[in-house]
Write a protein that binds this ligand. Structure first.
Ligand code: SF4
Length: 361
């Protein structure tokens, strides 16, 4: 039986083992950020869309591509092994809907076997069905929840029963996988703007904390710009400002919001540019293996199915992205970009949140 971090693989970890593993990872993350700041190292956290396919119909999605060809599990296994040898320490797995892949258990096991702290973002539709086979390889689930009311979440996501599956999955994980972290992710948009307090109350009732992410603008993914997305999702600048101020206030009152206060401050008085360090931390890889140049998504840096990762990491655009983020680019609205940038800056409140998550709150 293999051993990674504090936990034997291939069996159900205990809550104590999961906490130990989270603390071990948090220490590794801070050490790695500190070393990178001093030595200018390359990204060390994968963001891997393991499939473009998804069973949902969310109008905000810029990533779903049911015609996409995905890497095989064998190609992914080789890629993860190379990532390990290139110093990567974690893997954020998403899609499309990652649990829709029949071989997802093998892929996540490969991620764990490569020593990667493994987080899985899912719409939860298949989670109850796949939980036992994947849980030993997963360190945290990120579940999407877009409205506190079942009928509105389901209507938005295009599948009746999707809200119930999220709630059932949270309950099942809490009962059957002690200590396994669940984080809820809510996209703040016109459709749920008046229901943010109800959403926070639902998070509290479910015993979870989460991130509030303002809907993205001016991005291009899967060959589409966001003007192809229905514009009735978008917040006006005034709505964005009010929502940010309101969520910051709710957070200060004790609501279980994981975003940094600085995240909300970025939007509370009119969106402010920030210094993006995301490319110093993350390497984004699409379902077909192409490596994303985040400031020029139509022009991938390479493809992990045909290029060696070591060669990709040495290409000028990797350094170029890092420079673009530091000098001028701050187009993204998501907490993963802004709070990652603050983690890079060793921003104490963000480190405190990481510490609380690692301890299990
Ligand atoms: S804000 Fe700019 S530099 Fe940062 S991740 Fe987004 S596109 Fe890349």
């Amino acid at each position: 039986m293999g051993q990674t971090g504090c936990q034997s693989v291939n069996r159900r970890p205990t809550a104590a083992e999961r906490r130990c593993r989270r603390l071990w990872f948090a220490g590794r993350l801070v050490t790695r950020v500190s070393a990178s700041r001093l030595l200018g190292l390359r990204p060390f956290f994968l963001s891997h869309l393991i499939t473009g396919h998804c069973n949902f119909l969310c109008p905000q999605c810029l990533w779903k591509n049911n015609a996409a060809g995905d890497l095989t599990a064998g190609e992914i296994r080789r890629f993860y092994a190379e990532a390990q040898s290139q110093g990567f320490i974690a893997n954020y797995v998403w899609g499309g809907e990652p649990l829709q892949r029949r071989d997802v258990a093998a892929i996540l096991a490969a991620s764990r076997a490569a020593g990667l702290f493994t987080l899985v973002n899912t719409n939860a539709w298949f989670l109850a069905q796949r939980l036992d086979e994947i849980a030993p390889s997963v360190d945290a689930f990120i579940l999407s929840l877009d409205h506190p009311l079942a009928e509105l979440h389901d209507a938005h996501r295009g599948l009746t029963g999707s809200h119930a599956r999220v709630l059932d999955a949270i309950d099942l994980v809490h009962r059957s996988q002690p200590g396994l972290t669940i984080i809820v992710n809510t996209l703040v948009m016109r459709q749920n703007l008046d229901a943010l307090d109800e959403m926070l109350e639902l998070w509290r009732r479910l015993g979870v904390a989460g991130y509030m992410n303002f809907i993205e603008r001016d991005l291009m993914r899967a060959g589409r710009r966001d003007e192809t997305r229905s514009s009735d999702l978008d917040l006006t600048p005034e709505e964005l400002r009010r929502a940010a101020a309101h969520l910051a206030r709710r957070q200060s009152e004790g609501a279980p919001i994981l975003n940094s206060r600085a995240y909300f401050d970025t939007f509370a008085n009119g969106r402010r540019p920030y210094r993006c360090h995301f490319p110093k931390v993350f390497l984004e890889v699409c379902a077909d293996g192409s490596v994303v140049d985040c400031t020029a998504t139509e022009r991938p840096v390479g493809n992990v199915s045909r290029d060696r990762l070591r060669d990709i990491l040495g290409r000028p655009r990797i350094a170029g992205m890092i420079e673009d983020g530091a000098r001028w680019c701050s187009v993204h609205n998501n907490a993963d970009r802004i709070d990652t940038s603050l983690t890079w800056e060793l921003h104490p409140p963000v480190l405190l949140t990481l510490g609380r998550l690692a301890w299990g709150r």
